[in-house]
Design a protein around this ligand. Sequence first.
Ligand code: 6CS
Ligand code: FE
Length: 296
Amino acid sequence: MRNERAEHSAFRPERVVLASSARALDLYQRDGFLFLDSLFASDEVETLRGAIASTLEGRSERTVLEVDPAMVRSVYGIHEHEPRFAALARHPRLIAAARQLLDGEVYVYQSKLNCKAVFGGDLWPWHQDFVFWQKEDGMPAPRALTAAVFLDDVTETNGPIALIPGSHTEGVLVHDTYGGPQPGYGSAPAWIANLTAKLKYTIEKDTFVRLATTNGIVTASGGAGSVLLFDCNTAHASSVNLSPYPRTLALFTYNRVDNAPAAERIHRPSFLVSRNTEPIVPVADDVLRPTLRLPA
Ligand code: 6CS
Ligand code: FE
């Protein structure tokens, strides 16, 4: 993690054991995010990386391309279509974190693989997530968070997620709404504007400048297997990928089960807004470790 506060103070990631850490809660409530260095071991990351190619090969309505149609931007609904990502979504280390930080039972609201491909991964402009879920899906309150699992090493040059510490404390910020055409996306459904580089809701410039000059900007770089958890009202963005290395993230949004949108209010597809709001049941902690190969 690097922090570009005016005083350029060093910002060292704090690895906390979420299961019993008041420190974790303090950091998350203060900053609106929590960085867990190497939460998953390299063998577990290798299991997950084995699911990337097949997830990116497919083309369905769950696949969102970059403006360059040769580049995949995101694939949604990965926890419902790839067993390894289904296991990750239900991993006890993630569920324990989500339950602790949201202070209640949770379910998977949305999942996606964000690619940020080499020489083509577009930006994600400064935005908050909750305003999309509030306006597009009717999510009642900002009681959701996203866990971004690093499937590649994330560096300062391959498009790390940038965040403004403390920006979640002001609730839904003043934002600009862009309802215009999405060049390059032809006759895609209206919800494509929630998912492309030309986002429907972005933080208004003066509000961004005020917050960024006051609170600074932190970039969440870290090794594969690390996890960034961020609140649905924390301002975040990511730049294009300037490096020769991909920056693949698996993102899972957890919502409090008592904060599910009313069914009649939901219009977007189920791969953007899950209809399954039952409390999630964690799987075994070693689910991602290769099965033990006993000597012959
Ligand atoms: O609309 C959504 O659900 C998605 N859009 C953004 C900009 N972030 C959260 C979410 O993945
Ligand atoms: Fe977002």
